[in-house]
Design a binder for this molecule. Structure first.
Ligand code: Z5A
Length: 212
């Protein structure tokens, strides 16, 4: 994992913040800079990890134990790292990933109440010292995000949670952003799309300047 040549950018936020919409904008920015890159997502990014994603997102009658959920997130991540993320970074490509381990701290940690120590143990086991170089956190009041997400598609298993769950998720993201200011840029996603993308563009230019 020490040979990493490319940069690892993640995009995070609670429901409906606009991650998917803005992945396309960031891709365009990378293309314009002629930076070789791949786009991927979590949970998912490989056939096995996408199958685990289905297991995790489909609403079901059986209650999913929180440790099962946590371990499945990291099982999908281990496969994704081995097959896609690490080889791409080692080839010098940048990796743009829709969610990563910060989502685990926010959803399984903040949302479900699993301790940071447990998550950190799995993080070290699965990732070693690999961490994102830049995390773009799209932040929005929970009700506004849920309105956007539910206006777009049928709720998945996570989207069926109560508002308090998403408040804890958001709080957890914001607290990680203040704990890791070198890694995080917080973007106000409640603004119009063009304002959000202006802010994203500034964050990306600053990052490029830092890593050049
Ligand atoms: N999860 C977890 O628990 N633990 C983990 O470790 C990981 C994940 C990795 C799947 O993630 C679930 O997995 C997720 C957390 C959990 N929970 N859920 N659900 P996902 O990323 O695939 O799912 P998601 O969070 O629901 O993302 P999404 O549905 O793709 O939403 P989004 O990408 O943030 O939003 P969007 O689709 O780009 O935008 C939503 C709508 O808003 C859409 O109609 C846009 O046109 C509109 N939009 C976007 N931006 C704007 C602005 N600025 N103004 C107005 N309208 C806008």
């Amino acid at each position: 994992m020490n040979k990493k040549l490319g940069k690892f950018i993640t995009i995070e936020g609670a429901e409906g913040v606009g991650k998917t919409t803005n992945m396309a904008f960031i891709k365009k920015w990378l293309d314009e800079k002629e930076i070789k890159h791949i786009l991927t997502r979590e949970p998912g990014g490989t056939p096995i990890a996408e199958s685990i994603r289905d297991l995790l997102l489909v609403p079901r009658n059986e209650i999913v134990d929180e440790s099962t959920e946590l371990l499945l997130m990291f099982a999908a991540r281990a496969q994704h790292l081995a097959e896609v993320i690490i080889p791409s970074l080692n080839r010098g490509e940048w990796v743009l990933c829709d969610r990563f381990t910060d989502a685990t701290y926010a959803y399984q940690g903040g949302g479900r109440g699993i301790s940071s120590e447990k998550i950190s143990t799995l993080e070290h086991l699965v990732q070693g010292d690999l961490r994102p170089d830049l995390t773009l956190l799209l932040d929005i009041p929970v009700t506004q995000g849920l309105e956007r997400a539910l206006g777009r598609s049928k709720p998945d298993r996570f989207e069926q949670e109560k508002i308090e769950f998403f408040e804890r998720v958001r709080g957890s993201y914001l607290s990680r952003a203040s704990d890791f200011p070198q890694q995080y840029r917080v973007i106000d996603a409640s603004n119009t799309l063009s304002e959000v993308q202006l802010e994203l563009g500034v964050a990306l230019e600053e990052f490029l300047h830092e890593v050049k």
